[in-house]
Design a protein around this ligand. Sequence first.
Ligand SMILES: Cc1cc2nc3c(=O)[nH]c(=O)nc-3n(C[C@H](O)[C@H](O)[C@H](O)COP(=O)(O)OP(=O)(O)OC[C@H]3O[C@@H](n4cnc5c(N)ncnc54)[C@H](O)[C@@H]3O)c2cc1C
Length: 463
Amino acid sequence: MKTPHVIVIGGGFAGLSAAVALASSGVQVDVLEARGELGGRASSFRDRGTGEWVDNGQHVLMGCYHETFAFLRAIGAERDVNLQHALEVTFVDAQQQLSVLRCPAWRPPLNLAGGVVRWDGVGWRARLSALRLGRALRRARAGTARPLDDLVRPGESVAQWLARHGQHGELCTMLWEPLALAALNEDPARASALPFVRVLGRMMGASARDAALGIPAKPLVALYGEPARRRVEAAGGRIRTHNLARVRLAGDRIVGVEVRDVRRPGHRPYVEGDAVIVSVPWFDLPRLFIDETQNGGPGAMAAVCHAAAETAASPIVSVNLWFDREVLPCAFVGLPGRALQWAFDKRAVLGENASHVTLVGSGASATLRQSNDTLAALAIEELGAALPSVRRASLRRTLVVREPRATFSVAPGQPARPATTTAVPNLVLAGDWVDTGLPGTIEGACLSGRWAAEAVRRLLGMG
Ligand SMILES: Cc1cc2nc3c(=O)[nH]c(=O)nc-3n(C[C@H](O)[C@H](O)[C@H](O)COP(=O)(O)OP(=O)(O)OC[C@H]3O[C@@H](n4cnc5c(N)ncnc54)[C@H](O)[C@@H]3O)c2cc1C
């Protein structure tokens, strides 16, 4: 029997997790990636000044990222994430007071309740207000497989949802808002409450570890890009970087995938497969399809392309600082109420391979357009005000990384997200923006990748 052949367009978490799943079940996979390296919005590059690997932004995993950990396990990389046993976060508040939220390893949601009630980072009233969320959290937890719409009012924002559930302002500022900003990459006053409640539901999973945080112990390219490449190639598949793909359609039929090797202008071979997985981000989708019967329009994919073009993006800004010594008290610190809400000590997690601190600003519409000098000065000012150790250290280098389209916006009023299957029978979609119900995260990308691989297997009659 002929080995089935599947083309995967896009080499981020979604495309690679789909490719690995298919390669592991005997499918010949061809991954086409436009850029010179794998990873997409979760990638690394060499810093010219120091030669160190720098990620395009700090990526944090959670214990409830079950799809992501399954993918990492499949490529032998699960151990390369430092996952806490239970949620523990060090915060420095606006008055420069340092406190540690330490959740016991109790059954959720008791773990969170126990951690917050014992946390001296907020006053008693604020701590006790967390208990008012108990019913909603239990329902969100039980409802992870059921719709949760009844928990959220139409058009309700995260901030409104928290207020309706009696959350004290201090607890919102110190815990819920930084958590929502990090998970949704959107201002809690704008972000829809539904994806936030879904995230909370997943954090309150079967074990206390579901709420724990995981920090990659390798640069992203080494964590999953290259191991995924090795896994696919070992199974006889191919990964081709520098290959910009376009899908030629005729009605609801794929004519072929045109590939432009960006290093060889004029060279545009076609590749053909039994099925195509498109895992490009929403903002690249409208340029992907050419319908030969419709003067080059997107043909059967028009509705999905139109929705993609209407989908707003939300930015993330990262500022990397090289000091002459270690300045953070632990691997990462939450800085609630600041423009850059988290600081990560890359030396603590990457060892000798890195010596910088990365500050991250999520939902960064207000800071995105500021100059590099302004952003670096802001980072130094905010970190220095929070930690005396920073004021004693000498700064060696700064590097700003902007990701204007880091994630799709979860503000209300966005177009519906697409399903895995499309109007073209042997073309399926993957990517964090596919309708998984999750915000734009690695977990959403990996889940969409698994769904795409399963849809293709069904299509090929492989069960
Ligand atoms: C700075 C930053 C920080 C983040 N932090 C977190 C975090 O802490 N936790 C978390 O869970 N998530 C985080 N995210 C979100 C996470 O990175 C994304 O949700 C995830 O990486 C999306 O993966 P993907 O495969 O769906 O898309 P992408 O990573 O965008 O991959 C799509 C790939 O398709 C390629 N492509 C596009 N067009 C073509 C074409 N025509 N031909 C061939 N290839 C093409 C692109 O080059 C790209 O490599 C962060 C994102 C950013 C930017």
